[in-house]
Write a protein that binds this ligand. Structure first.
Ligand SMILES: Nc1ncnc2c1ncn2[C@@H]1O[C@H](COP(=O)(O)OP(=O)(O)OP(=O)(O)O)[C@@H](O)[C@H]1O
Length: 680
């Protein structure tokens, strides 16, 4: 294995971008360059890299040029959302309407190009970017092709998508975050060490060395800075050496120098033969100069799509000129997209503001810009999109289909995915699993109940049975409410990672369940050990072990129900409300409080796992012929005690079978609910 420095310098030799990227901490100077559609990265990537990779996997580096350049073309993209208002008492049916978010947007972005989408807030930039990333739900009309093909699962794994909000695990450090991504996303032909090396390399490339061991942090936990978070998100996508990289507002909330550095970084990635598209709010003129192409949107309609350097010329040709010579082109474009014509008199800003109020004027400016686009730009753009030439940067069409066939499998095996997600989950949640608060909660309840039932005796059978019922209910509630949070909390991460094709849902699901097991099982074990012996239950080791096993079984079933409710509703408030109603029903129908439930509702106990758990606890605690002192000097059979008699005939295996069915059934339901809510 080569030392990282050596590898880095070799890679940099192949890709000029890397020279610039590795200088993150130094002053970044990137100037607008001529459109790079002429940059032909294909021969090198096509002829050399795949071979290199096959013969010597260690030479694979994310710093090399993109392996399969992508030309992205989109034509007449339109998207509408349906808006429905809820009914009221006066108009119970509510109303339904649709709203157009994108309307006839077209463009081309070739390998090596950086395309920026500009437009006012709400103009549809994010929606278009999400559509281009193949992640927009619902029906999109128009045509979006990647090397002439529709979006495919192999394309998904070659696409990097950096969302506006960074979805990262707060308790992992920067290096851990990138290492786990590398382990999950890099191909199986690389060894673990090589993958870790790639993560290290990204850290260096993005200038994250200083904060590599800092935790990422989140809203309630101070971690790395906003710019560093953004770079970690970009780094996660860089790891897969994406041929198509899409970024949503990568500079929002950052100071101008940091923004400049981020854009310089993505410009560098484009120079490595990637197709890079970004939305951006208010770029400075320095940033604007780095763009090769721009698409300007106004209320979802395009007013410009083409070379960034020709914007002024185009708008000048249709009669719109900036107020003064040194105006930032981005400001000029945003004014136009808002329907505001920049005033030619520099000092008269009041005039501009007064125009803001003239909605009609603005709308007519927008309409005129949209029609000018349709008349002057669209025909040539459409012809260019439809031109069926063999792009020199594209692999031959056979290459495109082999791309589809050979890469449709996952980059890592099921088992690797399981192990990495499990390890990551244990690390991320160790503070939560072993939180002092949780341990205190369980310990205090166990000691308190041990004291309340202190050395209870069979002559006080009512109390003893009460303790067994308490076991079944407490260890029904506690795991249920813990499990409810699992999937709603993880949802953003799950959507992000599944959208990038990082792992199978099943490997994630089993890793998540397995990761929670240690703590889910350790706490009840401590609880039962303390309370069983303090509470004076049967002093037999076998009975104690059986009691413990029944409670652990109950915990797993109840955890399954919590997972299922969380996965179905995906909303913690609704899920906890439903869970508390369910547990209340189980508590009442369990057989301890009411022994004369009317027949028509008595079936409720059969769906209650607490009922089966309670029944089993009683069955192992008392033998069939055991007696207790029911009155002074009088002995009665335990099995005739009303709260026990009500439980019905003692057939333990039926109860075990019912609990087993619930154990598996709830988990299947949770999995199916997750699958249905997932991007495919
Ligand atoms: N699922 C949705 N439900 C309701 N409205 C939506 C939905 N998706 C998009 N919109 C609306 O479509 C419009 C475009 O949204 P989009 O997020 O694409 O704009 P944007 O240009 O990226 O804005 P910003 O710069 O503020 O992020 C907005 O008015 C938004 O409210």
């Amino acid at each position: 294995m080569m030392p990282p420095e050596q590898e880095s310098s070799i890679a940099a030799g192949n890709c000029p971008a890397n020279i610039m990227l590795s200088n993150w901490t130094e002053t970044v100077s990137v100037h607008a360059e001529p459109p790079v559609s002429s940059i032909n990265t294909t021969p090198s990537s096509q002829d050399r890299l795949p071979d290199q990779q096959q013969s010597n996997p260690s030479s694979f580096s994310i710093l090399l040029e993109c392996l399969r350049p992508v030309t992205l073309k989109f034509e007449d993209v339109a998207y509408s959302i349906s808006l429905s208002t809820k009914g009221t008492c006066c108009s119970p049916n509510g109303t339904k309407s649709t709203r157009s978010v994108l309307n006839g947007v077209s463009g081309i972005c070739r390998p090596g190009e950086l395309l920026a989408m500009l437009g006012p807030s709400g103009s549809g930039k994010t929606t278009l970017l999400t559509a281009l990333a193949g992640r927009l739900p619902g029906k999109i009309s128009g045509n979006i092709t990647y090397n002439g093909l529709p979006f495919s699962s192999s394309m998904k794994r070659k696409t990097g998508f950096v969302a506006q909000d960074d979805v990262l695990y707060p308790h992992l450090t920067v290096i851990e975050t990138l290492t786990y991504s590398a382990l999950l996303r890099l191909p199986k032909k690389l060894t673990r060490e090589e993958k870790i090396e790639q993560a290290e390399m990204v850290i260096k490339e993005l200038g994250l060395t200083r904060c590599r061991n800092n935790i990422v942090g989140g809203p309630l936990l101070r971690g790395i800075s906003g710019g560093e978070r953004k770079r970690v998100s970009i780094g996660q996508e860089m790891l897969v050496n994406p041929c198509l990289l899409l970024l949503d507002e990568p500079t929002s909330g950052l100071d101008s120098t940091t923004a400049q550095r981020i854009v310089a970084t993505i410009k560098g990635l484009a120079r490595g033969g990637r197709t890079v598209i970004t939305t951006i709010h208010q770029p400075s003129s320095r940033l604007y100069r780095m763009f090769d192409k721009v698409v300007v949107l106004s209320d979802g309609c395009p007013i410009y799509s083409g070379q960034a350097g020709r914007v002024m010329e185009y708008f000048g040709s249709i009669g719109y000129v900036p107020g003064f010579n040194f105006m930032n082109p981005a400001d000029f474009l945003l004014d136009l997209a808002n329907g505001i014509i920049p005033d030619t008199r520099e000092d008269d800003q009041l005039e501009v503001h007064s125009k803001v109020d003239h909605l009609e004027d603005q709308n007519s400016v927008k309409q005129s810009l949209i029609s000018s686009y349709k008349k002057n730009l669209y025909p040539a753009l459409q012809a260019e999109i439809r031109r069926n030439f063999q792009d020199p940067a594209l692999p031959a069409s056979s290459g495109a289909s082999s791309l589809r066939n050979s890469e449709d499998q996952w980059t890592t095996t099921w088992w690797q995915q399981f192990k990495v997600v499990l390890g990551r989950g244990l690390r991320e949640r160790k503070h939560e699993s072993f939180s002092g608060l949780r341990i205190f909660q369980v310990m205090s309840v166990s000691i308190l109940s041990g004291l309340l039932w202190w050395h209870s005796d069979i002559s006080h059978i009512q109390d003893q049975v009460g303790l067994l019922f308490f076991f079944s209910i407490f260890w029904g509630f506690f795991p249920l409410f813990n499990a409810i949070f699992t999937f709603p909390q993880e949802r953003p991460m799950l959507i992000k990672e599944r959208s990038s094709g990082m792992y199978r849902l099943s490997s994630y699901y089993f890793a998540r369940i397995a990761g929670d097991l240690p703590m889910e099982l350790i706490l009840p074990t401590i609880f039962v050990t303390v309370t069983y012996w303090m509470g004076g239950l049967k002093p037999s080791l076998i009975t104690f072990i059986l009691t413990l096993l029944i409670i652990l079984f109950n915990v797993l079933v109840s955890q399954g129900l919590g997972l299922a409710l969380g996965a179905i509703l995906m909303e913690v408030k609704q899920a906890t409300t439903l869970a508390s109603v369910t547990m209340l029903v189980f508590l009442l129908a369990g057989g301890y409080y009411i022994q004369h439930i009317p027949q028509f509702i008595a079936w409720l106990k059969y769906i209650s796992f607490s009922h089966y758990c309670y029944k089993l606890l009683v069955a192992v605690q008392y033998s069939a012929n055991e007696v207790y002192e029911c009155e002074l000097g009088m002995h009665c059979r335990v099995m005739d005690f009303p709260a026990i008699k009500y439980l019905g005939p003692d057939n333990k295996w039926w109860d075990v079978a019912a609990l087993s069915m619930m154990l598996v059934g709830y988990r299947i339901v949770a999995y199916m609910a997750l699958r249905m809510g997932q991007p495919h």
